[in-house]
Write a protein that binds this ligand. Structure first.
Ligand SMILES: Cc1cc2nc3c(=O)[nH]c(=O)nc-3n(C[C@H](O)[C@H](O)[C@H](O)COP(=O)(O)O)c2cc1C
Length: 215
């Protein structure tokens, strides 16, 4: 499989050429630095009130991947990709609101007055939400970060496949993840050994309606 030269794809090429890749060259590893570089781009994704509820478990250890394999229904990419990135969503992301607004003040993006008001408002609003609503927000933001991570990976010459095909309870158990964190998805990332399947999309007229909804 031809390897993309890093950063050589236009944005349009990135979105058109990203396909879910399920066969990886297991001899080619990504370094922790390369993975962090990717995550640094991914975390620029938008989130509700910029609370950034995403949390990641980066699994590069081969023994851990082997342990994960049956939990992810024996999907080979789990052991062959360089890393499996588990995307989690913190249902109590508002607990970081001070830190987030302190950094905005430090960067000169907000005054202390605005910071204090936003911290109070966000804390009060988000802490009062039902668990169901908090989870919904974490999952929406978790979807955005996941997409951004996959596009960032493609732009940097890697390939990915998002995975919902795993036993979330067993995954939780394996990493001792508290209920405060929702599991969003697993994303395999690495160097493709074979291109992903070509897929098609429904025609726009099936999915788009202007100025109203008729079902
Ligand atoms: C939330 C989610 C879960 C998915 N779970 C799996 C999975 O467990 N295994 C897999 O091989 N592909 C999985 N996929 C990939 C889809 O099959 C794939 O995105 C879809 O067929 C479109 O193909 P494309 O990504 O190549 O455009 C998942 C995709 C999403 C968005």
């Amino acid at each position: 499989m031809e390897t993309q030269v890093k950063n050589s794809l236009s944005f349009s090429q990135v979105i058109q050429e990203r396909h879910s890749v399920r066969k990886y060259d297991s001899s080619r590893k990504m370094s922790d630095e390369e993975i962090n570089d990717l995550l640094s781009d991914a975390v620029l994704a938008p989130s509700s009130s910029n609370l950034q509820p995403w949390r990641f478990i980066v699994i590069t250890d081969q023994a851990l991947k082997e342990q994960l394999l049956p939990i992810a229904h024996n999907q080979r990419q789990v052991v062959e990709a360089s890393a499996i990135i588990a995307v989690l969503g913190d249902l109590e992301a508002y607990r970081n609101v001070d830190k987030i607004w302190d950094s905005a003040v430090e960067a000169g993006h907000a005054t202390t007055e605005v910071r204090n008001m936003m911290v109070e408002n966000s804390w009060n609003a988000y802490s009062a939400l039902s668990r169901e609503k908090q989870k919904e927000i974490a999952l929406v933001d978790g979807g955005l970060i996941s997409m951004q991570l996959m596009l960032a990976a493609k732009a940097k010459g890697y390939d990915t496949v998002p995975m919902g095909g795993y036993n979330a309870d067993q995954f939780r158990e394996m990493f001792q993840i508290p209920q405060r964190y929702a599991t969003v998805m697993l994303i395999a990332v690495g160097h493709a050994e074979a291109a992903g399947r070509q897929t098609t999309r429904l025609p726009l007229e099936d999915v788009v309606q202007f100025n109203g909804f008729k079902g």
